[in-house]
Design a protein around this ligand. Structure first.
Ligand code: FAD
Ligand code: PYC
Length: 413
């Protein structure tokens, strides 16, 4: 078997097809440049080419595709948000997700499991009722359910959480799903590349060329490019880009950590979140439990992991599932979450003409990948913000018109 594999790998007769074209050199100019080869940047490139015929586009990625938060998240997809702006936006994303494997001709392992947000206090129950009402009003399937429904869905769950935090009920959101994160980056990248978009890995944007308040080009580790349109989709690196552009946003960077256990036989067929215990957990198609907790409480621009995190998370997971006591955590990692004060993203135009921002994705942006790509492509191509992103404009902080989504974040803060 290893010999066969080696033979295949070295064979010139059956080379693996490259996922996307890798041009040797940057062109001197492009119609648009996208900074960041995560899901959002690549999705924007895809929709720019597909829906607006803009293909003279370069995507510049300082590392490798999907190596940022796209490849580090726990892949929860849902639209059970709190504000009408949020619900409409994430619902449009879920609708795109449902057909994305077919559209990109790549199996994204999109798996609809249902999503329970557990409530352990009366005030949490009140928020669940509020979310359920907003969701239903907007045609999104969410309902408040009692302990019997939760126990029937997850018989292994200790409903008293070892006596520490008895579960009173939950918000149940039937469309809640998970997907394979790195495939999302590859799928959008491949499809964009097939339409003519050029993707450059190991290519870092080091400066912006701004003349008379307009973007004129970008400086990169491989030379300078002229362009009149730049989209920054760099998540945890956003403050570095806005510093280059000479304006500020209220985004701060906090690490968010996650981990997986060794594989087990399938037993958890849904997605469980507990804001009070700071836990979210699902079981991957490989049988691992994929788990995360709250943000690290201080601003750090790094992706280091801590023992503190695994200890805290494990103790809460064991409150919920004492039978997991002998199961090993086999991997842990972190991403840099670009947090906003109202837990909604920052999307659209900036004080620099021709420079657009897709940022503030904090702990919630994976589910938004397709719709952020589609709406940012529209915004870039037409120079008019897409109607779905009005609630996410940068100016809302100046105008005191926040889009408060904190009550719908899965992650404790
Ligand atoms: P990224 O994937 O981070 O891509 C940005 C890219 O820009 C990076 O690859 C980076 O290398 C590149 N870059 C940066 N600076 C430069 C430069 N100067 N030049 C060139 N390239 C540059 N969201 C959910 O919806 N559900 C979840 O369950 C969930 N869980 C999460 C769990 C964890 C542990 C973390 C960290 C995040 C989680 N998120 C979740 C959030 C989600 O992962 C992100 O919001 C989303 O992936 C952001 O995608 P992106 O494409 O904007 O950014
Ligand atoms: O947005 O659903 C979410 C989420 C879960 C874990 C991190 N983010």
């Amino acid at each position: 078997m290893p010999y066969q594999l080696l033979k295949f790998a070295l064979s010139k007769k059956h080379p693996e097809p490259a996922f996307f074209r890798q041009p040797a050199e940057l062109k001197p100019s492009y119609d648009a440049v996208i900074i960041g080869g995560g899901g959002h940047g690549l999705a924007a490139a895809y929709y720019l080419a597909k829906e607006h015929g803009l293909t003279n586009v370069a995507v510049l990625e300082r590392g490798y595709l999907g190596g940022g938060n796209t490849g580090r998240n726990t892949t929860i997809i849902r639209s059970n948000y709190l504000t009408p702006e949020g619900v409409a936006f994430y619902d449009a994303s879920v609708k795109l997700w449902e057909n994305l494997s077919q559209e990109l001709d790549l199996n994204l392992f999109y798996s609809t499991r249902g999503h329970f947000t557990l409530a352990h206090t009366e005030s949490a129950m009140r928020t669940m009722r509020w979310r359920a009402e907003v969701n239903k009003q907007m045609g999104v399937e969410s309902e408040v359910v009692g302990p019997d429904v939760i126990q029937a869905a997850v018989p292994e769950l200790d409903m008293s959480c070892s006596g520490h935090a008895p579960i009173l009920g939950a918000l149940y959101h039937k469309p809640g799903s998970v997907a394979r994160h790195d495939a999302v980056a590859w799928g959008f990248g491949r499809a964009a590349s097939e339409m003519g978009v050029e993707i450059f890995q190991n290519t870092e944007v080091t400066g912006l060329d701004i003349r008379n308040g307009r973007i004129a080009g970008v400086h990169t580790s491989r030379g300078t490019i002229k362009t009149g349109k730049v989209l920054s989709a760099v998540a945890g690196y956003t403050p570095r880009i806005t510093k280059m552009a000479g304006f500020d946003t209220p985004i701060v960077i906090h690490p968010l950590q996650a981990c997986v256990t060794e594989p087990m036989k399938p037993w958890l067929n849904t997605i469980l979140v507990s804001g009070s215990l700071h836990v979210y957990v699902s079981q991957s198609s490989r049988g691992e439990l994929v788990m995360g907790a709250s943000l690290d409480p201080y601003e750090v621009h790094a992706t280091r992991s801590t023992l503190d995190f695994v200890e805290g998370l494990s103790s809460h997971i064991l409150d919920m599932f004492p039978f997991l006591a002998g199961i090993k955590v086999v991997r842990q990692w972190a991403g840099m979450a670009d947090m906003t004060p109202d837990f909604a993203p920052v999307m659209g135009k900036t004080p620099v003409e021709g420079l657009y921002l897709d940022a503030g994705w904090g702990t919630w942006g994976f589910k938004a990948t397709p719709i952020s790509g589609k709406t940012m492509a529209h915004t870039l191509a037409t120079d008019k913000p897409h109607e779905l992103i009005h609630g996410f404009r940068l100016d809302r902080f100046r105008d005191f018109e926040l889009t408060g989504e904190k009550g719908a974040a899965s992650v404790g803060h």
